[in-house]
Design a protein around this ligand. Structure first.
Ligand code: FEO
Length: 394
């Protein structure tokens, strides 16, 4: 049975679908807690708007919820990614008079991805309002949360900000409002890390833009509604800030135990010096957790054994991912063991051009680490702690 439409205020309703079973997004991003695709219905005295839709896999649920809705005048498409827009063509078929409201870039992408014809659109400039009678929808362009075309909608009469991916969290829940803040904080941070971290400078501007509004509720398109908006806004402000925290992230893998010995020695040295460590064995790690750790870390040390003169493929994958996510880390290094020869430093260094980090001299050893190798690792721990002190975070 499909969940019914749920009332938020007198004329504003939640619709959508909770995807309890989904475990992977984009064939890449782990979803340990499932997700939800939230749409919203706003009924004005003259016109009705549907805000976003649901993933195509859940089309039936949205259309069942819309069975009693006789007319829709506008479909607000905040974002062209199909988990929100994928059902819009079906909605447009049911409501032939409905127009899609999108940014100019959104229109272009919706035409490309979904084949919606150009005459179905109303393009909105930043700040434009559209009246529903006694309610007005105002649209603010907020690029890169999560694609370049994204926008949010402000409903001043009810003080609701409809934010789509912005402030969202992948959690399957039937709670309309956030209750477990700890759980939501972690899921929202994971979400930010996986898809928004590369754009944090633009997102900082978007936060400043929406902060000017007198927000009562933030209604995202994934996860529950925030009735304490400051909670998630201040979390975002922390995540986008350019100041890292006193954390060293160590993604590593080991083949015969030697790189693990180096990593363990480094962790002990960092611990003695008061540097917090987040260690991830890439043989079996949740990439989302690694991404979350990268949100705050000041230092990244990659633990890389050599395979056929280059990095272990799982390390190369992690380096590729870290480069794409553009974390704020200021320092980086590499440690690892090799069998007979290695080009791991040259290879990994060339894979992380987006990291604007100072490279602290790597420590590589041939085979089992000897005392001199462990001393070099200890010196690396000291160098990291010194850098953190100089940066004022230790
Ligand atoms: Fe939830 Fe970028 O889509």
């Amino acid at each position: 049975m499909t969940m019914n439409m749920r009332k938020i205020t007198e004329k504003v309703f939640w619709l959508g679908a909770v995807d309890w079973d989904r475990r992977l997004f984009d064939s890449l991003i782990p979803l340990p807690d499932g997700t939800s695709y939230n749409a919203y219905l706003v009924r004005g005295s003259d016109k009705t708007a549907l805000i976003d839709s649901v993933d195509p896999a859940m089309t039936g649920q949205l259309m069942e919820q819309l069975e009693g809705v006789e007319s829709i005048d506008f479909v607000v498409a905040h974002h062209a990614e199909q988990d929100h827009s994928g059902t819009i063509p079906v909605v447009l078929e049911k409501y032939p008079g409905a127009k899609v409201i999108a940014t100019p870039k959104g229109k272009e992408l919706l035409m490309i991805h979904l084949g919606i014809s150009p005459e179905r659109f109303i393009e909105v400039e930043d700040g434009r309002s559209i009246s529903l009678g006694d309610k007005n929808l105002q649209f603010f362009h907020t690029p890169w949360v999560h694609w370049p075309e994204t926008m949010v909608t402000w409903l001043a009469e009810d003080r609701i900000l409809f934010s789509c991916d912005f402030f969202g969290s992948h959690i399957a829940t039937n709670e309309l409002y956030v209750t477990d803040k700890g759980r939501v904080y972690e899921a929202a941070k994971r979400y930010f890390a996986e898809i928004m971290m590369p754009f944090r400078n633009v997102i900082e501007k978007n936060i400043a833009k929406v902060k000017k509004l007198d927000i009562g509720l933030i209604a995202p398109s994934h996860g529950a509604v925030y009735d304490e908006p400051d909670f998630i806004i201040s979390a975002y402000e922390d995540w986008v800030s350019s100041s890292p925290k006193n954390i060293a992230v160590i993604p590593y893998i080991t083949m015969h135990g030697s790189t693990a010995l180096l990593v363990n020695h480094l962790v002990a040295g960092l611990t003695d010096r008061g540097v917090r460590v987040e260690q991830f064995n890439l043989a079996d790690t949740d990439i989302g957790k690694l991404a979350m750790a990268l949100v705050d870390a000041a230092t990244i040390v990659i633990g890389a054994p050599t395979v056929l003169t280059g990095a272990h493929p799982r390390v190369a994958y992690a380096a590729f991912l870290a480069n794409a996510l553009r974390p704020k880390a200021r320092f980086a290094s590499i440690i690892g063991s090799y069998g007979w020869g290695t080009r791991v430093v040259e290879q990994l260094s060339s894979m992380i051009p987006n990291l604007k980090a100072e490279i602290i001299p790597p420590v590589l050893c041939k085979g089992l680490p000897r005392e001199a190798d462990l001393d070099a690792v200890d010196a690396l721990a000291g160098a990291i702690a010194d850098r953190h002190k100089e940066a004022g975070i230790l």
